[in-house]
Design a protein around this ligand. Structure first.
Ligand SMILES: Cc1ncc(COP(=O)(O)O)c(C=O)c1O
Length: 411
């Protein structure tokens, strides 16, 4: 089943002109637009049910609690977690990774241990591990990215060598936000498990695009953000296996996460409350739940097929333009829904500014991947990233705009 082009009408923000041209929004890797059902779910909460959760016994508080806990159960169903208690609400991927680094990492790592990650990680799944290594004396190692332009991927032979019994955690991205590489997350988790290492998957770029089943993947932790999957900003999820979460100390402390407090100390609730100190982000959790419903109604295999097809089309068409380097897997190889490319003659910020004149929203810069950019000798790339509402016609407009830019810079 393919996606209906009519679904564009579900997204009010798409119906606008930019510089007199219809908006072509290709910056979905940074954040996606929200369907009306998500916006309505959040305003309905504020208009009718607004109240604090868990501690109240009045009607509004009970409705708010039902909405919030319903969102947790919905999140568990979306990723096939075994239990709702395995879903911790956070502000997003970054906070989810930091939670694991501080709570699990501080308690479990020491000098001699190894944290393994990859060279293609977003800073959010890299700096927290650098800091954890610094705090604990553990060593941080990277699985290299190999291949030339249009063929980049993880060095799986190096991974075999790097996965020693000293590795306590392997943290890797499912879908690279810069290369478009879609890693075989189940295979990577199985390799890590074989040496007794835990796994954390950064699913920021994949959650809204690829079917995700944490039990089939076999991961221990998985982190994602609502705003990259048609949901609101300010809400995300840390999935963790229940026994692991219950054995971890709190990340933050305060109201809502304690069983009992005396002037001398406190005892903690089990997961997930243990990790949700203070008033949670109730309205955004309810909006996120509506986003899960929206994506499941479209069908996640159909979303994945749609995004891959657009990325292939863009990759092939852009690769044919002289003076453009396309990063990531080459045309015809599996690629998630984004394409990152560099102009020989133009800086990505100029490219994005020119494209904006054509009504096209792109992203230019280092994409929070500075070490990888440095490795490739690139100051920046331009990235086009696609979602359910994008069309083949928009890819043609992108290519036309890039041709105009090439002509301008060729003088
Ligand atoms: C692969 C990847 N990981 C992590 C993040 C961080 O997500 P957030 O800023 O929503 O916490 C991003 C955001 O672009 C990303 O692309």
């Amino acid at each position: 089943m393919s996606l209906s082009p009519d679904l564009r009408l579900d997204f009010p923000a798409l119906d606008q002109l930019v510089g007199g041209k219809p908006l072509v929004y290709l910056d979905n890797g940074a954040t996606t637009h929200k369907p009306r059902s998500v916006i309505t779910a959040m305003s309905r909460f504020y208009e009718r049910d607004n109240s604090n959760v868990h501690r109240g016994l009045h009607a509004l508080s009970m409705r708010a609690t039902d909405g919030f806990e319903g969102a947790r159960a919905r999140a568990a169903r979306f990723i096939n977690a075994a239990h709702a208690a395995e879903i911790v609400f956070t502000r997003g991927t970054t906070e989810s990774v930091n939670l694991v680094a501080h709570s699990w990492g501080n308690a479990n790592l020491r000098a001699g241990d190894v944290i393994l990650t990859t060279e293609m990680e977003h800073h959010s799944n890299l700096v927290p591990w650098q800091e954890l290594a610094r705090r604990t004396g553990a060593t941080l190692r990277y699985v290299p990215v190999i291949g030339s332009d249009g063929e980049h991927g993880l060095d799986l032979d190096a991974l075999e060598r790097l996965l020693t019994p000293q590795v306590k955690l392997f943290a890797f991205t499912h879908l690279s936000n810069t290369l478009g590489v879609l890693n075989d997350a189940a295979a990577l988790c199985a390799k890590a498990r074989a040496v007794g290492a835990l796994t954390l998957i950064d699913a920021a770029q994949s959650i809204g695009h690829e079917p995700i089943d944490v039990q089939a993947l076999g991961c221990d932790f998985l982190a994602f953000s609502g705003h990259k999957m048609a949901g609101p900003t300010g809400i995300g999820v840390l999935y963790g296996k229940r026994a692991l979460l219950d054995a971890m100390p709190p990340y933050q402390t305060g109201g809502g996460m304690v069983v009992s407090v005396t002037y001398e100390g406190a005892t903690w609730k089990p997961s997930p409350e243990r990790f949700e100190a203070g008033t949670p982000n109730i309205a955004d959790a309810i909006g996120l739940s509506a986003a899960f419903d929206y994506l499941d109604a479209l069908g996640r295999p159909a979303i994945s097929a749609h995004d891959h097809a657009l990325a292939q089309h863009a990759c092939t068409a852009l690769s044919e333009l002289p003076g453009i380097r396309v990063l990531g897997p080459k045309s015809g190889q599996p690629r998630g829904g984004l394409v990152s490319f560099a102009f020989a003659e133009a800086h990505a910020h100029d490219v994005v500014t020119f494209a904006d004149q054509d009504g096209i929203a792109l992203r230019g810069g280092h994409h929070c991947n500075q070490p990888l950019m440095r490795k490739f000798g690139l100051p920046s790339t331009t990235r086009a990233s696609f979602y359910v509402y994008n069309t083949e016609a928009e890819i043609e407009l992108l290519v036309k705009s890039m041709r105009r830019i090439l002509k301008f810079f060729a003088g």
